[in-house]
Design a protein around this ligand. Structure first.
Ligand code: TMP
Length: 215
């Protein structure tokens, strides 16, 4: 059965969650099949518990390796319980973050290496990759400033990392984008929210197999 898997990526503060929310409201009338919105880390009961463990600011002793393995563990559970069943039912899946986050944050931000992090994720995902990935492009300085404004003092463990870490993550994303130029499409997220959402809707409709769209 035809299905379609879209992931959204971007630095912290790129506005992914809001963009996804508004994008689905706009795109829903065009779709012939049901869709599912999910997120990582999370998207299933066990994966959400792993999310809390990873993002808890009290866990500042967590090693980079543990962090990478926990993200992969959460992903494996998310795939098994949520993503794979939805794809098998012919749904369209929209995921707020997926493997590229691990490649950029753990592979480059934490210096574990993109290749090594990809290997553990291939094990976790059984090699299933999104059909389309949208990278919401904002510079880390701007993303972090947005977060500081929105929830100052309540940042999670990753958001609390220094600017240098987030700059490495951004550079990591640039490397990953070059590796998958067809799958990963970059959208300038420095603009008005409505413009960013419009571009996402247009791009997804262009890429969706015709059988999944209303006539
Ligand atoms: P979120 O704020 O987009 O929900 O993501 C939570 C944090 O986890 C964010 O700082 C990015 C980070 N992250 C990784 O470092 N590796 C991953 O594989 C994923 C999915 C998220």
């Amino acid at each position: 059965m035809k299905s379609f898997f879209v992931s959204f990526e971007g630095p912290d503060g790129s506005g992914k969650s809001t963009v996804i929310q508004q994008m689905v409201t706009q795109i829903a009338p065009f779709l012939k099949v049901p869709y599912l919105v999910t997120r990582e880390p999370g998207g299933s009961k066990i994966a959400e518990q792993i999310r809390q463990l990873i993002l808890d600011p009290a866990n500042d002793a967590m090693s980079a390796e543990t962090e990478a393995l926990l993200y992969a563990a959460a992903r494996s559970q998310h795939m098994k319980e949520t993503v794979i069943p939805a794809l098998l039912e012919g749904k369209i899946v929209f995921s707020d973050r997926f493997v590229d986050s691990s490649l950029a944050y753990q592979g480059v931000g934490r210096d574990l290496g993109i290749k090594q992090v990809k290997q553990i994720n291939d094990f976790a995902t059984k090699g299933i990759a999104p059909d389309l990935t949208i990278f919401l492009d904002v510079k880390p300085e701007i993303g972090l400033a947005r977060i500081a404004k929105q929830r100052s003092g309540q940042e999670d463990r990753l958001e609390q990392e220094k600017l240098l870490f987030h700059q490495k993550v951004y550079a990591g994303y640039q490397t990953v984008i070059k590796q998958y130029p067809e799958r990963i499409q970059v959208i300038d997220a420095n603009r008005l929210l409505t413009d960013v959402v419009d571009d996402c809707v247009k791009l997804i409709i262009k890429r969706l197999p015709k059988e999944l769209l209303k006539d």
